[in-house]
Design a protein around this ligand. Structure first.
Ligand code: ATP
Ligand code: MG
Ligand code: MG
Ligand code: MG
Length: 572
């Protein structure tokens, strides 16, 4: 590729709505452009990365015996009514009507569509097992789209669906996918961890998430450094825990993120020990409804990144006194309107979720949806029913590992893949059966397997960047090598050597871009460092006189001279 035939559009500054490094850098590097909330154009530079991610995923899925197909983005509501997800999924499911007033959804995943195919076409045990996948656009009307491609509303996912005759078969299919995922994430060149996970809304039994390790990750991962034990916080939470939390709380302080509001700060702010009871409380925080808690109860997450100290100083002068915040203040402070807060009718235990979050529940019957009526004073005591507290307990660093092989550590991760054993969750509702050896109809055993293709870009950057820009792992870099000629228009020697090297790298199958834009060296180098191309070759008269070209790896502190005739071998 020649830069003059490509589209390069870098920015000095990231737009104001870009909060995290990957979002900022992708915007600055011209990889994506925002079209609407959670909706992005994939620009040519970004699309190259997406295609490389897809190709690795595709190769490994094919290798693992999955069969590629493509299911529609817009799907009839009837299928989703059959499984009950039409009602269950709530506002995250994007619903549209056609001109006849018929209901459709924009697919967030495709369990229904694939099961509909399989129930029609798979009749006999001889046709099983089978695994179909597609790489397709998804839409989820996320409550809070943010962080660029990390939590978009429209995004690309690879989703695969396996069908088996029995439980043992399903578990085997699951293991094949699990192993394929390990190969995929290794090939990306990313540091990752697979953790046991809850099945959540999708249903079924048994699941693992694959996380790219990054401090900015939204999820807390619990693992034991001296064994294989690894789970996400929700799955780890379900473990029976020791009654004594004191040592665990001490360990917690070590894992708090410096520079952000820590749990201790929050506890101090609330005037509480870390684990205690509140009967009513400061509201207007980001909330999330937890499946396991009854509908009436809200779990409120005071997240560490909301700079609670500021809130404390500015907006809540002494929690013992009433203080009401305006709607505008709430939006300004939390970036979210207060509409999430509903009536709250239960007790309010304070608990610590991982290293950055305090969760609170309330008996507060609040006027949360009324303007100017959101913050209130807290009265707290110790009368929380013990079972409720136990229910909500979280694992913290230093807790014993459930396998008895050491103590637990906590690390942050970005969920990039998720594999589920679904069992008959969908085949039952949709009557997807096959005839077994005895000619008897049996329900198919299903598994499903997702990879967030576009999220991988964000996750890779969160793990690999410096103050100059992105550092792509070679396998998914938009280009592997950039050739930067110095004064190509002035020097015949430079021009000749540049063209020669460019052609021979291309011929050797290297994904190389030649920067023939005629930019000044400083601007040219800054662009490629920002874009994150892993290998840079500079060709200039001075080096050529000594028979050298200059090489700089994206992580290298200084460039090195490589003899002209050795450069190709060096790069390969
Ligand atoms: P999250 O917990 O981040 O909301 P999820 O558990 O809802 O993700 P799954 O239903 O497991 O997501 O979907 C499979 C994969 O799709 C996820 O592991 C993730 O990599 C990706 N994904 C999910 N939601 C989004 C999104 N809004 N934007 C980009 N990728 C996403
Ligand atoms: Mg989700
Ligand atoms: Mg998840
Ligand atoms: Mg998931």
């Amino acid at each position: 590729m020649r830069a003059t035939r490509f589209f390069i559009s870098t920015l000095k500054e990231a737009p104001a709505d870009a909060e995290i490094v990957s979002h900022k850098l992708m915007m600055r590097a011209g990889m994506i452009k925002r079209l609407g909330s959670g909706i992005y154009n994939y620009m040519p530079m970004g699309l190259r990365v997406i295609r490389k991610v897809e190709n690795i995923v595709r190769e490994e899925m094919n290798r693992a015996g999955a069969i590629e197909m493509l299911m529609p983005i817009v799907q009839p509501a009837e299928l989703w009514q059959e499984t009950g997800r039409w009602d269950k999924m709530g506002p995250e499911l994007m619903r549209v009507k056609d001109r006849h007033g018929r209901d459709y959804i924009i697919q967030p995943t495709s369990e229904e569509a694939i099961t509909d195919i399989v129930r029609a076409d798979i009749k006999s045990y001889r046709q099983l097992p089978i695994n179909f996948y597609h790489i397709q656009t998804k839409f989820r009307d996320e409550r809070r789209p943010r962080f660029g491609l990390m939590r978009g509303r429209e995004f690309t996912m690879k989703d695969a669906y396996s069908f088996d005759r029995d439980l043992a078969g399903m578990q085997q299919s699951y293991q094949v996918m699990y192993d394929a995922y390990v190969r995929i994430f290794n090939r990306f060149g990313l540091q990752f961890r697979a953790v046991a996970a809850d099945n959540g809304a999708i249903g079924g039994s048994g699941s693992h998430e694959f996380h790219v390790i990054a401090e900015t990750g939204e999820d807390a991962l619990v693992y034991c450094p001296s064994s294989d034990y690894a789970a996400n916080m929700e799955a780890a939470e379900a473990l029976p825990l020791a009654d004594e939390r004191a040592p665990a709380q001490a360990a917690l302080q070590k894992t708090a993120t410096p520079g952000k509001a820590k749990c201790e700060d929050v506890a101090e702010f609330l005037g509480l020990p870390l684990q205690q009871t509140v009967k009513s409380l400061v509201l207007a925080v980001e909330t999330e409804e937890k499946e396991k808690v009854s509908k009436q109860i809200w779990l409120l997450l005071l997240r560490g990144d909301h700079e609670l100290n500021e809130v404390k100083a500015a907006k809540v002068p002494g929690l013992a006194n009433y203080r009401f915040a305006t709607e505008a203040e709430i939006i300004e402070t939390f970036g979210t309107p207060p509409g999430y807060l509903g009536p709250i009718n239960t007790k309010l235990p304070v608990k610590i979720v991982a290293d950055r979050t305090v969760a609170l529940m309330s008996d507060f019957v609040c006027g949360a949806n009324e303007a100017d009526f959101h913050f209130t004073g807290a009265n707290w005591g110790r009368d929380i029913p013990e079972p409720l507290v136990a229910d909500l307990r979280n694992v913290v660093a230093g807790d014993p590992s459930p396998d008895g092989k050491g103590v637990l550590a906590i690390q942050r991760g970005i969920e990039v893949g998720h594999v589920f054993q679904l069992g008959t969750r969908y085949s039952q509702d949709m009557k997807a059966t096959f005839l077994d050896e005895n000619g008897k109809p049996q329900l198919m055993q299903m598994g499903c397997y997702g990879i967030g293709v576009t999220r991988i870009l964000g996750a890779a950057i969160e793990q690999n960047f410096d103050d100059k820009g992105i550092i792509w792992p070679t396998a998914i870099a938009p280009f592997e090598v950039v050739i930067c000629p110095m004064g190509m228009d002035r020097s015949e020697a430079v021009k000749a050597e540049t063209e020669k090297l460019y052609e021979s790298l291309l011929a050797a199958g290297v994904d190389v871009i030649l920067d023939d834009r005629g930019e000044r060296p400083g601007a040219m180098f800054a662009d490629w460092e920002l874009i994150g191309v892993p290998h840079r070759i500079v060709i200039g008269d001075r080096g050529l006189k000594e028979g050298n070209l200059e090489y700089l790896g994206r992580r290298d502190a200084a460039a090195s001279n490589i003899p002209v005739q050795e450069m190709q071998a060096f790069i390969l």
